[in-house]
Design a protein around this ligand. Sequence first.
Ligand code: DAH
Length: 355
Amino acid sequence: MPSLLEELKEIEVAARSQLAEARDDAALEEWRIAYLGRRGRLTLVLRALASLPLEERRKVGAEANRLKEALGAALAQRQAQLEEARLTAVMERGRLDVTLPGRPRAQGRLHPVTQTLRDVLHCFESMGFQVVEGPEVEWDRYNFEALRIPRDHPARDMWATLWVDYEKDGERSMLLRTHTSPNQVRYMEGHQPPIRIVVPGRVYRFEATDPIHDWMHTQVEGLAVDEGISMADLKGTLAEFVRRIFGADRKMFFHCDYFPFTEPSMGLLIDCVVCNGEGRLRDGQGCSTCKETGWIEVLGSGMVHPEILANVGYDAERYTGFAWGMGIERIAMLRYGVEDVRLFYQNDLRLLEQF
Ligand code: DAH
């Protein structure tokens, strides 16, 4: 029968090699119970000491106690080792390199046309105009008939039209509105003077595009109706608009024009900012933005035709009004010096990020 000392040696070898194999908490606990638990191998040796003669009890007892402490320490060390390995694995998985540069956050901003639209609306709001809106798909009646543009009249040729539903002789023809002017009639039908409104919105035309025409653009319609409104009010209001949006140095002039719904009608022109009113660029090339004229029309305007006032039930002897319609893209072009209106809707960030 092997002596207890030999058994202790054997226990130590087995315990150490098994401990090195333990890979998790459950395995460690199992190992602890097997060697140091109440019925563990080492515990049984310690219990057996009592029956030994004194001399041997001292020798074996000292060795058994040393082993008990050594195994306890080995267990603690193995536990720490496994914990360290676990933490390292976690760190590896979610590694964070604080020296890397941050990812830039893309910052949004308003489209230049939206910015310009808001500035224009604020300008008129501060002069007492109220913002209202109307539908983009419009009846023939509002887009044309009620504005004195009857069917088969040549005035219709001024608007290249995108029809949604066309009935030749019926009342039900629908189109994408070609201008915001229908809202003059829509608003007057539901309200009495005094009226001061601006109507922003998109309009659509069946149009070949060039640097200053696109098939869709944004307009702001204006309408003021009251007793005693004159052309001086129209000029004063629009001159103030030009001063505020383009600055005091901009040259402008009104020229005669024709619109079926105003009498008289005028166009408002501003000197071209791309060529500075020269009609030619610095390299001698003709300026395509103003078609080499040096001027750009920013809006059409006039005194509301009395027939239109009478048709919505107003007393046209008592009330007069002025109206205008302007293209916001064109104003944005002039303001920012963009040569081609089509650039606004190509979604090229290299352009859009400049504003
Ligand atoms: N509706 C016209 C257009 O789109 C612009 C216009 C001209 C509007 C004269 C008006 C106006 O209100 O009085 O070309």
